[in-house]
Design a protein around this ligand. Structure first.
Ligand code: URP
Ligand code: ZN
Ligand code: ZN
Ligand code: ZN
Length: 505
């Protein structure tokens, strides 16, 4: 009944009507503990036509309203994944999850919105945007876009303005690695940072020293190390620390906010900590893989098992994961992404005999909410409110769509989950909803289970059943000049004033 090719991935339970509970569009979630980033209280949540209408104790409703009993459970804003790559053309392959299967998987795991990265097509941003709009037509949940910048000229600069002013994009990503394909140099990064600043758009960086990576790869190949472990050995934390520091300093020089995607190492995290301590606006995004896995898996003698863990920057030695968790708990890092960029085992085989050709990327869009609950809340490192902040609210604030998203408030979009802290989850490629035939979290179990997902006011996940409707997801335009731009003007004014200060002799 569906377009998925893997008969064991749970899609057989998908129905297409989207009616039943939503024919009236009225839902009451009763007696749950409503968790926002700012507050927690036992209350009912009443939803009508895709919007949260009321949040207070003891709401009375008629018989035509679907009632969900949430006593003893947490009612929270659906997760927002700031970082995913659905149906992306990359390293000679296309990621296996598209806007249908990837988003369906997300909903089954309690994520109700994601922000994907649009790559330019034929050298233009407009063509790239148009092609992603088509890819996203089958969306089953709301989504937004970041745009990747890979070259520089007047046309690109003009198009950036168009993307921000007409197309709802407020962030641009620059790759400091992947030499020979999407990598940019410092000159382009500086031009990009200045343009971003003028548009009120957030600059994002993939921070690894791409020249260093090529040298490191050559070193491994010369030593005869061609397997997946060569991936980790060729691009150590020092290259990530260097590029993170460089991007931070260039952003400071331009005086514009910076967002560092997939922070994987202590080295990069410490650069972010230092910059934030000095007052600079730097956001650090760890991803689930970096928070919960370590590099030992890349040494597995079975190629398929090891290759599924290949992503960039690499998953690091044990110890980096814990340090990143602690930095997240301490507020040094602000929100969690997945970098969901899934290739199945036949696609990963492209790099058999040469780790440089293994398509980079791991899954996570379905697993993020569960693994972060178990790793961070169940473990006692953070509170449920902090969990909402790092999985949803902070993302909505950074990308300027709060409180429409990221909150359980009257007037917010009805993207809501019910999590049972006493139930358990178990992750496996047999039962997941991704189209991939592998899962980097295979066999993991933990506490805390998303039992209900409501997306746009419709119950899409309940009793382990997914009920999604292709085309029901909306494109969420994200306006420029989010909160990270507050104060930038004043700092610029101070700088200009200092230039005119009398010179003392
Ligand atoms: O390995 C990764 N991270 N693949 C996705 C592309 C990127 O660098 O974000
Ligand atoms: Zn099926
Ligand atoms: Zn990246
Ligand atoms: Zn990515």
């Amino acid at each position: 009944s569906t377009s998925d090719s893997n008969p064991t991935n749970g899609f057989c339970s998908v129905e297409y009507d989207g009616e039943l509970s939503s024919s009236s569009g009225r839902i009451l979630i009763k007696q749950g503990t409503v968790v926002n980033a700012h507050h927690m209280e036992v209350a009912d949540v009443y939803i009508e036509d895709g919007i949260i209408v009321s949040v207070r104790p003891n709401i009375a409703v008629g018989d035509d309203v679907k009632v969900i009993d949430a006593a003893g459970k947490y009612v929270m804003p659906g997760g927002i994944d700031p970082h995913a790559h659905l149906e992306m053309d990359f390293m000679g392959s296309v990621t296996i999850d598209d806007f249908y299967t990837g988003q369906a998987a997300a909903l089954a795991g309690g994520t109700t919105m994601h922000i994907d990265f649009v790559n330019p097509s034929n050298g233009t941003l407009s063509a790239g945007f148009a092609s992603y709009k088509v890819k996203a037509e089958k969306s089953v949940m709301d989504y937004g876009f970041h745009m990747v910048i890979t070259k520089w000229d007047d046309a690109i600069s003009e198009e950036m303005e168009l993307m921000v002013k007409e197309n709802g994009i407020n962030s641009f990503k620059f790759f400091m690695a992947y030499k020979g394909s999407v990598m940019i140099n410092d000159e382009l990064l500086l031009q990009g940072l200045e343009k971003c600043k003028s548009l009120g758009a957030l600059a994002m960086v993939h921070a690894e020293n791409g020249d260093g990576v090529v040298v490191g790869q050559r070193r491994m190949i010369d030593l005869g190390i061609t397997g997946p472990e060569g991936h980790a050995l060729s691009r150590p934390p020092v290259l990530e620390g260097e590029a993170t520091a460089r991007a931070i300093r260039l952003a400071s020089f331009v005086n514009t906010p910076l967002y560092v995607v997939h922070v994987m190492s202590i080295d990069a995290m410490e650069e972010i900590a230092k910059a934030r301590q000095s007052g600079q606006r730097v956001i650090g995004e760890p991803v689930v893989s970096g928070l919960t896995l370590d590099e030992s898996r890349l040494w597995n003698s079975d190629f398929t098992t090891a290759a599924k863990y290949v992503m960039s920057p690499p998953i690091r030695k044990a110890g980096h994961d814990i340090a990143l968790q602690n930095a997240l708990a301490a507020g040094i890092l602000q929100l969690v992404g997945t970098d969901h960029c899934t290739f199945n085992s036949t696609q990963k085989l492209l790099g058999y005999g040469d780790f440089r050709k293994i398509p980079n990327g791991v899954n996570g869009i379905e697993e993020r909410m569960h693994l972060i609950w178990d790793t961070m809340v169940e473990s006692g490192k953070i509170t449920a409110s902090d969990y909402v902040r790092i999985t949803s609210t902070e993302c909505a604030k950074i990308f300027n769509i709060y409180p429409r998203k990221g909150a359980i408030l009257e007037g917010s979009d009805a993207d809501v989950i019910v999590l049972n802290p006493n139930a358990s989850f178990r992750i496996s490629a047999i039962s997941h909803h991704s189209r991939s035939d592998t899962n980097v979290y295979e066999g993991r179990t933990g506490k805390g289970k998303v039992e209900v997902t409501i997306s746009g006011g419709r119950v899409v996940w309940e009793d382990e059943n997914l009920k999604v409707t292709a085309g029901s997801g909306k494109y969420i335009k994200m306006p420029p000049f989010g909160y990270l731009f507050n104060g930038i003007d004043q700092a610029d004014a101070r700088y200009l004033a200092s230039l005119n200060a009398p010179v003392l002799r």
